[in-house]
Design a protein around this ligand. Structure first.
Ligand code: PEP
Length: 248
């Protein structure tokens, strides 16, 4: 049995004060959640949010990181720094990072390996564009992202890792993939990982769906055989909406 995990990706939203207000509101609302709960604020709010959530059932993740421990990389944040703050998860290869910041599968793989080197759990995002979906290349695109992004790991690392399947055309657009379509791509991801690392480890790995998840969509999504949680953008910015999703 895989424990569901629902994470909120706040993207470039919320000042420090607003971040604290959100988690203060969230703490009690999600305290009885049956799934694991994660929030991913901006780098500037991470330290304060980690402190605020000590002793609660909400874990904290970062939205990105560099793969080097330290160095002359102006504007970047290293896995060592995240680990020292008490951050547990890190989103890697979000489609916005790939699209606007030229992140490649090779960089994703370096970041995944660096996350494990420092005891962080990666949430690795994969997904196809609308063009790719319409030209029937979804499985090929996702297969390549998985093969390259998750290369050179151990079976134990795969068992801990989270994949987020996020069709790019469904992110922030209000369009969601049908729960059945999402489940079939997610099953494909699990098969691909089973080819690379064995069925036993692939069965333990959790795979989230992401793309305009809302309180009204989560039940059906979570009822699918292979969907183990959600990566939530817009709806994670409001206490009542995110709490309703987490308490599905
Ligand atoms: C995301 O940020 O990963 C995401 C899925 O966003 P939204 O829920 O707003 O579509």
């Amino acid at each position: 049995m895989r424990t569901p995990i629902i994470a909120g990706n706040w993207k470039m939203h919320k000042t420090l004060e607003e971040s604290l207000e959100l988690v203060k509101g969230l703490k009690d609302e999600v305290s009885k959640a049956k799934c694991q709960v994660v929030v991913c604020p901006t780098f500037l709010s991470l330290a304060a949010v980690v402190q605020e959530l000590k002793g609660t059932n909400i874990d904290v993740g970062a939205q990105n990181m560099h793969f080097e421990d330290q160095g002359a990389y102006t504007g970047e944040i290293s896995p060592v720094m995240l680990k020292h703050l008490g951050v547990k998860y890190v989103i890697i290869g979000h489609s916005e990072r790939r699209q606007y910041f030229a992140e490649t599968d090779d960089m994703v793989n370096k970041k995944v390996l660096a996350a494990y080197k420092h005891g962080l759990i990666p949430i690795v995002c994969v997904g196809e564009t609308l063009n790719e979906r319409e030209s029937n290349s979804t499985f090929e695109i996702i297969g390549n992202q998985i093969k390259k992004g998750l290369a050179n790991l151990t079976s134990e690392q795969i068992e801990e890792l989270i994949v987020a399947y996020e069709p790019i055309w469904a992110i922030g657009t209000g369009k969601t993939a049908t729960a059945q379509d999402a489940n079939s791509v997610i099953k494909y991801i699990r098969d691909k990982v089973a080819q690379m690392y064995g069925k036993e480890s692939a069965e333990k790995m959790r795979i989230q769906y992401g793309g305009s998840v809302k309180p009204s969509t989560i039940k059906e999504q979570m009822a699918q055989s292979d969907i183990d949680g959600a990566l939530v953008g817009g709806a994670s910015l409001k206490v009542d909406e995110f709490a309703a999703i987490v308490n599905f």
